[in-house]
Design a protein around this ligand. Structure first.
Ligand code: CP
Length: 307
């Protein structure tokens, strides 16, 4: 039996594979929504231990548009990791479905599921990373502005799971990443070391103005993520990192604004920026669908999709 193709994190796949998946996603977007038989007769299990709007709907629609189907399990509606080991659940699901997408807290749960070796496992977000989001973010940037290679992205706000996947992406796609994050909320130093030791240009800043100055893209995320129980402290630490029109003016005049959504308007970003001409957030949300179609085709068929 061959090893399934898992999509667990950007640092665990070669840059050439990530690039091929992105090119497939672009082709699938051009091809439109109907008529594909790429995943005909195939089924995806979606397991959510945390809430979701975009990830749930985009994966379900992705399977449907590729001719397949999906089954959704939520934390309350399954035995995952409580009345049955994760590996046993993975083996059982592997009797019914062709791939599993898991949104969970601990990355170890993803690894346990993948180690069962039953079917491909896709990371739909953990407390540590959010690689599917970054595939959509890279696609969105490149649609609007051309290759990310050599560009400068400024991240302003929490050093959270999305920031961690931005660090992986900076190394894999060859762009400069400036992270403006309060000291108390900085990303794991080991993750930054992983990137810089491989030649990636990733730097930490306490001043958001310094990070944004001359950037091609400004990105942020909500200040209080799922599972954070220190909202008041986070608001206090992160208020100076809000992306508003004055901060955006320090970036290049044609700089993009990205946000993985959901946005907390007036907290991490103002309405003026989120709804303004530099914002690409709705394309970014749409591109979750196209990139996930390409990820699914790669994981399940092991081939470039027949877009
Ligand atoms: N960006 C993102 O993953 O959105 P959801 O939490 O709605 O899935």
């Amino acid at each position: 039996m061959s090893t399934p193709r898992h999509f667990l994190d950007l640092d665990r796949l070669p840059a050439t594979t990530l690039r091929a998946i992105l090119e497939s996603a672009k082709a699938m977007k051009r091809a439109g929504r109907n008529g594909s038989t790429t995943l005909a007769g195939r089924t995806l299990a979606l397991i959510f231990e945390k809430p979701s709007t975009r990830t749930r709907v985009s994966f379900e629609v992705a399977m449907r548009q590729l001719g397949g189907g999906s089954v959704v399990l939520d934390a309350q509606g399954s035995h995952l990791g409580v009345r049955e080991t994760i590996a046993d659940t993975a083996r059982v699901l592997g009797c019914y479905v062709d791939a599993i997408m898991l949104r969970t807290d601990k990355p170890q749960k993803l690894d346990d599921m993948a180690a069962a070796g039953a079917v491909p496992v896709i990371n739909g977000l953990t407390d540590a990373t959010h690689p599917c989001q970054l595939m959509a973010d890279v696609m969105t940037y490149e649609e609007r502005k051309g290759t990310l290679k050599g560009a400068t992205v400024a991240w302003c706000g929490d050093g959270n799971n999305v920031a961690a996947s931005w660090i992986h992406a900076a190394e894999r796609f060859g762009f400069t990443l400036r992270l403006a994050v309060p000291e108390a909320l900085r990303p794991d130093p080991a993750r930054i070391r992983w990137a810089t030791e491989r030649g990636a240009k990733v730097s930490l800043h306490t001043d958001p103005k310094e990070a944004v100055s001359g950037a091609d893209c400004v990105a942020t995320d909500t200040w209080v993520s799922m599972g954070n129980n220190d909202a008041e402290r986070r608001m206090r630490l992160l208020t100076p990192y809000r992306v508003d029109a004055a901060l955006m003016r320090l970036a290049k005049p044609d700089a993009l604004f990205l946000h993985c959504l959901p946005a907390h308007r007036g907290e991490e970003v103002t309405d003026e920026v989120l709804d303004g001409p530099q914002s690409a957030v709705w394309d970014e949300a749409e591109n979750r669908l196209h990139t996930e179609k390409a990820i699914l085709a790669w994981c399940i068929n092991g081939t470039r999709p027949d877009a």
